[in-house]
Write a protein that binds this ligand. Structure first.
Ligand code: PMP
Length: 391
């Protein structure tokens, strides 16, 4: 049988054929006119995808962690105070990263499966001590989504720069960077942006760029320094050749295709599609009598779901059986509850057929693991949920 499976992990995801074709095209020179044009268009289109008309986009070869580092290294000077709002593993990663860059870090850590309450964030900001706040929009280890618009408003009210780790949310969950007053929104190519791994992407607000310009110390990282990259981004946008470090030419060509596809769908339509499919998927999981890591329904992400194993079902029985049915899902990630749940990504080019195939494969896996339920109830619930949805 042909070895063909559906990749439903929270990144890398399934990519559109046109994106993969662009990736496989002959590599252009990084100063060829057609490549300069593609790079410039990517920067322009990022403003529309991020909904940040005034923002400064950056495209740098690297993974999402580099995007986190670009924001941290350029906005933190040794001794600056930073507030990390953590809802899982990736929030904790920011604590480590900012500390490495000399920040004095305070962490507000949510109990696993919960958000950090907004009044706790406000209490901390009231002290007036912080320069920077970081928040993980959707923490991929818990599938908990933080209320971002409110965080943006709080950061604005207390004059603190907000850095949003949107690796598991940009181009899937609703984010309106300009309107919500968020200073840096960062992501990586392999998730809802829909391009194979290898690009660190972010958009910085004018306020963030001013804070960067008024630094009194040199950025501690050579490769991440915006002083190196800003002239390059400006040159590409002005359709002029330039060089600091060789760009990931093929990935940028693929990004050009993907951003255009995203904008052709429309941002509002895209947010609604993610919301509809995620809620149908969650309804199926509930119909199969499984729980979620995120305890409050309003905190459950639309880009991935963290599903708790039913009693008596273990990862080593369930996950290989789901794979055998043709779908790859991910195991647990949070070290404290790793063996208690699995994760399903439903972002980017995800369609109804993918959700149905995934729920069907999960049913098949559960049966193999000896769990009893009404056959087909998950798949039927997806269809029923979509029919019942008002949007
Ligand atoms: N933040 C979040 C929310 C993530 O999900 C990930 C990757 N799973 C990262 C940061 C780090 O990205 P990368 O693995 O591309 O370095």
């Amino acid at each position: 049988m042909k070895d063909r499976s559906l990749l439903m992990i929270p990144g890398p995801i399934e990519f559109e054929p046109e994106v993969l074709q662009a990736l496989g095209a002959p590599t252009a020179s990084h100063v060829a006119p057609n490549f300069i044009d593609a790079f410039g268009r990517c920067l322009e289109n990022m403003r529309d995808v991020w909904l940040a008309p005034e923002g400064q986009p950056f495209i740098v070869a690297g993974s999402g962690t580099l995007a986190m580092e670009l924001a941290g290294a350029n906005l933190i000077e040794p001794g600056d105070r930073a507030l990390v709002v953590s809802t899982g593993v990736f929030g904790d990663r920011y604590e480590d990263l900012l500390t490495r860059h000399g920040a004095d870090v305070t962490v507000l850590r949510a109990p696993i499966g919960q958000i950090v309450e907004l009044n706790a964030v406000e209490e901390a900001l009231k002290s007036g001590e912080y320069k920077v706040l970081t928040v993980t929009h959707v923490d991929t280890s818990t599938a908990v989504r933080m209320p971002l618009r409110e965080i943006g408003a709080l950061a604005q009210r207390y004059g603190v720069l907000s850095i949003v780790d949107g690796v598991c949310s940009v181009a899937g969950e609703e984010i309106r960077q300009g309107e919500w007053g968020l200073d840096v929104v960062l992501t990586a190519s392999q998730k809802a942006i829909g391009v194979p791994p290898g690009l660190a992407l972010l958009v910085a607000s004018p306020r963030a760029m001013e804070a960067f310009a008024s630094r009194s110390t040199t950025v501690r990282s050579y490769y991440a320094d915006w002083d190196k990259w800003l002239p390059i981004m400006r040159a590409y946008e002005a359709r002029k050749p330039s060089y600091f470090g060789t760009p990931a030419v093929n990935l940028v060509a693929a990004l050009d295709v993907s951003l255009r596809q995203i904008l052709a769908e429309g941002m509002s339509e895209r947010f609604v599609r993610h919301q509809r499919l995620a809620s149908a998927f969650r309804a199926a999981i509930e119909a199969l009598r499984m729980g979620f890591v995120a305890t409050d329904p309003k905190d459950r992400a639309n880009t991935l779901t963290a599903c708790r194993y039913p009693d008596g079902v273990v990862a080593s029985d369930l996950l290989p059986a789901i794979k055998k049915a043709g779908v790859i899902v991910a195991g647990g990630l949070h070290p404290e509850i790793k063996t208690e749940y699995f994760r399903v990504g439903h972002m980017g080019a995800v369609r109804l057929g993918d959700v149905l195939a995934t729920v069907g494969a999960i049913e098949s896996g559960l049966r193999h693991a000896g769990y009893s339920f009404e056959a087909g109830i998950g798949v039927a619930t997806v269809m029923k949920s979509l029919a019942d949805q008002k949007v």
